[in-house]
Design a protein around this ligand. Sequence first.
Ligand SMILES: Cc1cc2nc3c(=O)[nH]c(=O)nc-3n(C[C@H](O)[C@H](O)[C@H](O)COP(=O)(O)OP(=O)(O)OC[C@H]3O[C@@H](n4cnc5c(N)ncnc54)[C@H](O)[C@@H]3O)c2cc1C
Length: 297
Amino acid sequence: MKIDTFKDNFFKNIYTKRNLAKYTWFGVGGKAEILYIPEEEKSLEKFLKVKPYDCKVFTMGAGSNLLIRDNGIDGVTLITSKLNKINIDKDGIITANCGAFDAEVARFARNHSRTGLEFLIGIPGTVGGGIKMNSGAFGSEFKDVLIDVKAINHNGEYKIISNEDLDMKYRKIGLKDEWIFLSARFRTSVDTKKNIQDKMKKIIHSRKSAQPIGVKTGGSTFKNPLGKKAWKLIDQAGCRGLKNGDAMISEKHCNFIVNLKNANAHQIEELGQNVKQKVFENTGIKLKWEIERVGNR
Ligand SMILES: Cc1cc2nc3c(=O)[nH]c(=O)nc-3n(C[C@H](O)[C@H](O)[C@H](O)COP(=O)(O)OP(=O)(O)OC[C@H]3O[C@@H](n4cnc5c(N)ncnc54)[C@H](O)[C@@H]3O)c2cc1C
């Protein structure tokens, strides 16, 4: 694909053959054929309208739930990190752009004495990724607090999608990938800053004791099967500490794969498949990936 189509239209922050590893938590992944990091909603709309009709578009937030394969992503990859404003209205409804970090939204709510979004403090993603994954922690998930989301499709057409129409379930939604989330509205209620801060502190503390911190990882690798814990099944199958090159099943939380240093995406994915197989042989249960694997092998 020719980048000139976009350059002629004066878009900023467009790159060709840009390595995506540094944009992901795992620190692995091949190149984006074209990478675009829009600074404004309007530029993104224009970009989507001038791009060739059949050009594929993939959207990334913080890359905390992604395993981008070693041979990269064809077409356009969008990163939403510069679309990150957060506002509150007189009724306490918080509107966050989809590139805003979850933790920033949690802190913003606390600073305005609004409760309900504390669980976001420990999820290392963006609002857009959180909606797509219906992310959650400590008994709350996006589904519980989201009112609606403003989205744009790959042809530059806008739509407001209500919480109900997103059909949010455990770590998935029932909406086609053609929608890019732009901003979301969250309901909150009043509380004291101290109470909110105390809840957030507890969440941070219990994460630190249960999960590996400061490592290259994609968080929970597999979804919990109904009524079971994926980490337990992995542990029982003897996979704690299992390695494939520099990819390793965390000793601390065995549903986390850690990139110790120089693992590539292939090694991480192979380790995950190996674990799936071992759990299946041990229990007859087929684990499902929670981490999204994208791009060319
Ligand atoms: C250390 C660690 C801890 C974690 N803890 C939790 C946890 O407690 N609970 C939990 O649920 N998850 C957890 N995760 C997983 C991850 O943080 C969440 O899934 C997060 O919401 C992903 O957001 P992201 O911005 O990083 O999305 P990405 O990883 O960049 O993308 C994930 C998916 O969202 C899509 N997407 C991203 N932005 C948009 C957008 N604007 N519009 C449309 N689609 C979009 C992508 O195409 C992709 O399909 C953890 C991950 C790590 C590394």
